[in-house]
Design a protein around this ligand. Structure first.
Ligand code: GTP
Ligand code: MG
Length: 274
């Protein structure tokens, strides 16, 4: 492990070497704030667990000061920058393919691309829920979805075409493929998920970064967005009924996707004859 990460870990993981002074100095916070952080670690009834606090009842919450410290820590800032660069690389590759397609086939297979970097809180929660210590090293090694690119396509066929063209590029390495279109999730969720490794070229080095790329049709995205919103509604009276309805809608949507693709084939045939 390199020295800056070690230093960062000592401060973030709340170990014995995490003195108020170092914490204050390293992240440019006031010594007062750092002292408060020390005090909160010592307060009776609370136990630091990495970056979260646990009270006597077992309730957990995230320590906001520590999250703020994490956000400013150099190794973390760098990791996020590498991830943003990796997103740019993947987005450019996809836009190039879309552009070429629009000239050769006179239509765009990609409707939109939505990219996101996972929020620090979500990164921490995911590491902890999987039993890993909150370190930059673990973020790099254990998480494959810090950089996420969602590609919304017009037709199912476009998804496979784009995925094939992207993954056959010689600087891309496939880490994992999950085809939830051929094998939908039991709730009806459909998308093609690729975990890819892509190089980014920095001033002094070349780094290989992992990006999660999700391909969906507009219809699949419409379903997934609504299903996602409903999942977070706390008071749902009839969860089984809603799950059944959602599954039915997912199947109808899939049927519509197939029929729209057939319509496109019919139009293409007519065009080729002329
Ligand atoms: P996590 O990465 O922890 O989610 O586990 P995993 O790697 O097994 O997940 P998977 O690759 O199956 O899915 C990762 C992402 O796909 C999620 O973060 C969502 O964006 C999306 N996703 C997966 N399943 C569902 C679902 O049932 N509904 C919706 N709306 N989105 C889903
Ligand atoms: Mg995942």
């Amino acid at each position: 492990m390199d020295a800056p990460i070690k230093k960062f870990m000592r401060t973030v993981s709340g170990g014995a070497k995490n003195s108020a002074e170092t914490a204050g100095k390293q992240y440019g916070r006031s010594t007062k704030a750092a002292q408060r952080l020390q005090e909160s670690n010592k307060s009776p009834g609370y136990r630091m667990k990495g970056i979260t606090m646990e009270n006597q009842q077992g309730g957990m919450w995230l320590d906001t000061e520590r999250i703020e410290a994490l956000k400013r820590a150099k190794p973390f800032v760098e990791l996020m920058m590498y991830n943003r660069c990796a997103i740019r690389e993947i987005e450019t590759k996809l836009r190039v393919l879309d552009e070429e397609f629009s000239v050769r086939a006179d239509r765009n297979p990609i409707q939109t691309i939505k990219s996101r970097i996972k929020k620090p809180v979500s990164i921490i929660e995911k590491l902890q829920s999987r039993g890993y210590e909150v370190t930059v090293e673990n973020m790099r090694e254990k998480l494959t979805d810090i950089a996420g690119v969602r590609v919304i396509c017009s037709f199912v066929e476009d998804i496979y075409k784009l995925a094939e063209l992207l993954t056959s590029q010689d600087d891309i390495r496939i880490v994992e493929i999950k085809d939830y279109i051929k094998n939908p999730k039991p709730n009806g969720y459909r998308s093609l998920h690729l975990i890819l490794e892509v190089p980014i070229f920095l001033s002094q080095e070349k780094r290989h970064m992992v990006v999660e790329v999700q391909f969906r049709t507009i219809a699949m995205d419409f379903w997934a967005s609504l299903e996602h919103q409903l999942k977070y509604k706390k008071k749902i009276e009839n969860p089984e009924r809603i799950a059944t309805e959602l599954k039915k809608c997912a199947d109808v949507i899939s049927e519509v996707d197939m029929r729209m693709q057939d319509i496109r084939y019919m139009i293409d045939e007519v065009e080729q004859k002329h």
